[in-house]
Design a protein around this ligand. Structure first.
Ligand code: FAD
Length: 231
C-alpha cells in the first residue's frame, strides 16, 4: 500500500500576531522620520503601503511568519536554495518509513488522485477509496506506482539497514515536511520568484501561491502590490 497526497501548507504564527504586524512595522518605520506623533488607530496600513511603494523594505524585516509546508523532496530541494530563512526539516536519517508508511507527491499530469493505492493478486494497481469499489489505474499510472513501490520494498527489505543508509534509494516524489520562518521582506522576495513567476516549477509555485493568497488576505498592505512576473 502506498499513499498519494497533495502538497499543502499551514500558517503557524498566530493569526492575531500577523494582524498586529502593520502597527509594529509603523512604529519601526516612523523611527526613521521621527514621526511617531502621526500614529493613530488607522495610520499603520497607509504607512506600510508607503514604505513598500518607496522600496524601503528593510523595515519589513522586523516581522516574521512561520509556515509548515508539506511537499515533495523535488520541491524542498528548490525551497532550501533560499538563504535568508530558518528551516526545520523532516530528516530521512532518522525517520524510518518502513514503520511510518510511505507518502508520495506526483505530478498532476499523471491524473493520480490522492488516496491509498495497492496492487491486486494479478499485479494490477488500484485506488482503494474509503468507500466503494477499487478504481483501476491506467498503464502510465501503473508504471509510476510500481516504480515507487519498488523503492519502498528496497528500503525496508534489509532490516539491518539504518534509515540514514536506506534513504539513498528514496525518490524525489517522497513527501517531506518543513517549518519555514522568514521575515516579511524575504517572503515578498520568495513570492516574487516562486508564486508570481510563470517560470517557477508547478509544485513550488502552487505551494507558494497558496501561502501568498493567505498572506495577502491577512496583510494586504504588505503583499497587495506584488504583481505577476512578466517573462
Ligand atoms: C524559475 C527558477 C529556476 C531556477 N533554476 C535553477 C537551476 O536550474 N539551477 C540552480 O542551481 N538554481 C536554480 N534556481 C534557483 C536560483 O538560482 C536561486 O538560487 C534561488 O532562486 C534563490 O534565490 P536568490 O538567489 O534570490 O537568493 P535568496 O537566497 O532567496 O536571497 C534573497 C536575496 O538576498 C540577496 N543575497 C543572498 N545571498 C547573497 C549573496 N551571497 N551575495 C549577494 N546577495 C545575496 C540577493 O539579493 C537575493 O536575491 C531557479 C530559481 C527559479 C525561480
Amino acid at each position: 500500500m502506498l499513499t498519494i497526497i497533495k502538497p499543502s501548507h499551514h500558517i503557524l504564527t498566530p493569526c492575531q500576531e500577523i494582524l498586529d504586524m502593520p502597527s509594529m512595522l509603523e512604529q519601526a518605520g516612523r523611527t526613521c522620520y521621527k514621526s511617531e506623533d502621526c500614529i493613530t488607530d488607522k495610520s499603520a496600513e497607509k504607512f506600510v503601503r508607503m514604505i513598500c511603494r518607496r522600496n524601503h523594505v528593510s523595515v519589513l524585516e522586523h516581522c516574521s511568519i512561520s509556515v509548515r509546508i508539506i511537499c515533495s523532496r523535488a520541491c524542498s530541494h528548490q525551497l532550501v536554495r533560499h538563504r535568508i530563512l530558518s528551516i526545520s526539516m523532516e530528516s530521512q536519517r532518522y525517520c524510518n518509513y518502513g514503520t511510518k508508511g510511505f507518502q508520495f507527491i506526483v505530478p498532476p499530469v499523471l491524473g493520480l488522485i490522492p488516496g491509498h493505492y495497492a496492487y491486486d493478486e494479478v499485479g494490477d494497481w488500484h485506488l482503494y477509496p474509503a468507500e466503494g469499489e477499487p478504481v483501476p489505474t491506467n498503464a502510465r499510472q501503473s508504471v509510476w506506482l510500481g516504480t515507487l513501490a519498488l523503492d519502498m520494498c528496497s528500503y525496508y527489505y534489509d532490516e539491518d539497514l539504518k534509515p540514514e543508509d536506506a534513504r539513498y534509494l528514496l525518490p524525489n516524489a517522497m513527501k517531506t515536511e518543513l517549518v519555514v520562518t522568514m521575515n516579511l521582506r524575504m517572503w515578498r522576495h520568495v513570492f516574487q520568484e516562486r508564486a508570481l513567476n510563470p517560470a517557477a516549477q508547478w509544485e513550488i509555485r502552487s505551494v507558494f501561491r497558496g501561502i501568498f493568497d493567505d498572506f495577502r488576505e491577512l496583510l494586504p498592505c504588505v503583499f497587495d502590490d506584488l504583481k505577476e512576473v512578466i517573462t
